[in-house]
Design a protein around this ligand. Structure first.
Ligand code: PHE
Length: 332
């Protein structure tokens, strides 16, 4: 009896236990053989021994049941040990996305103007002739329309060639004073090292009561803005022409690559052109029904800023969605 229980106790795995169970309780097992011997006993002993054997059988069954639980628990524990996941191990690093350099540059520019209390305005990409040209002092057949190669739809609508129509729409919607910047996509039929058919501009417009805003204000704001964007650079205003501003200027900064010495990037001039600006032409105010106001406006290409800040040599590479380029900007 004790021997049998010990046998059970020695089993260390489910398989061993099963073997022991068959050995003891199986059809040809130890107990079966003992039971078989009963028939040879005299009747008075038979009962006694049968009772005893049944008790032994019962105890063995119980012991096996307990042992089974014990082994199951042990085996589960062993499996957990073996299969456990070490969460301290370094796995594949998840790569995170990042801002596209053009968007990041745009955000930086807008940040600056928002601090100066400029509101952000947006317009549609499809414009009509009036808002894109006519109201901006570009009557039909005006030669200055050639400055911007336009994509036209059949019904006279067009893809806006600049963000300036947002000036017109904002002035029509609001009353002065106005202080706004309009970021957005614009389109021109142009494609080379420094031009893509789609690019981004930011337009600025300030309108005040006549006499309250001058070219000096425009100059101060833009000089400070350009130093905010490019650091310690020289800023130069060069007389220019835009139909919607008078007087007009193009603004240059000293070349970021050679510090003004002259190099390939600045075509050996020492200067890089970065934006256009001027005092709003009176014809523009007339087109939106404004009187006794003065104001200034400016427009810039966001890609150009991004290229200069990040020294990207080919504008087109910004739109090729090449991960090798974009990964360099992941931490912006
Ligand atoms: N709209 C002009 C362009 O696309 C830029 C500009 C805006 C110039 C406002 C002056 C004032 O070239």
């Amino acid at each position: 009896m004790v021997e049998l229980l010990e046998k059970i106790d020695k089993a260390t795995s489910s398989e061993e236990l099963e073997k022991v169970r068959i050995e003891i309780l199986g059809k040809k097992g130890i107990l079966a053989k003992e039971f078989a011997k009963l028939k040879n006993l005299p009747p008075n002993q038979k009962r006694e021994v049968a009772k005893e054997l049944n008790e032994i059988k019962q105890q063995c069954l119980e012991k096996i049941e307990r042992k089974k639980e014990e082994i199951k628990e042990k085996e589960l524990y062993q499996r957990m040990e073996k299969e456990k996941i070490d969460i301290s191990l370094i796995s594949h690093t998840l790569t995170s996305g990042g801002y596209h350099p053009v968007i990041e540059t745009m955000d930086r520019i807008l940040d600056y103007f928002q601090k100066l209390n400029f509101a952000i305005e947006e317009g549609g990409l499809v414009e009509d002739d009036f808002h894109n040209f006519e109201a901006l002092n570009l009557p039909k057949h005006h030669p200055a329309r050639d400055m911007q190669d336009t994509f036209y739809f059949q019904d006279g609508y067009l893809l806006r060639t600049h963000t300036s129509p947002v000036q017109i729409r904002t002035m029509k919607k609001q009353t002065p004073p106005i202080r706004m910047v309009a970021p957005g996509t614009v389109f021109r039929r142009d494609f080379d090292l420094t031009h893509t058919p789609m690019f981004h501009q930011i337009e600025g417009l300030v309108v005040e009561e006549a006499g309250k805003v001058s070219f000096a204000n425009l100059k101060a704001v833009l000089e400070d803005f350009l130093r905010y964007m490019f650091g310690d650079v020289e800023v130069r205003f060069r007389p220019s022409f835009f139909p919607f501003t008078e007087p007009s200027a193009e603004v240059d900064i000293s070349c970021l690559f050679c510090g003004g010495e002259g190099c390939r990037v600045c075509s050996h001039t020492g200067w890089l052109e970065v934006l256009g600006c001027g005092m709003v032409d009176s014809n523009v105010f007339k087109a939106v029904g404004y009187e006794n106001v003065s104001g200034y406006a400016f427009g810039l290409g966001v890609e150009r800023f991004a290229m200069l800040i990040h020294r990207v040599p080919d504008l087109r590479s910004l739109f090729e969605a090449d991960l090798r380029l974009l990964e360099q900007f992941r931490n912006l």
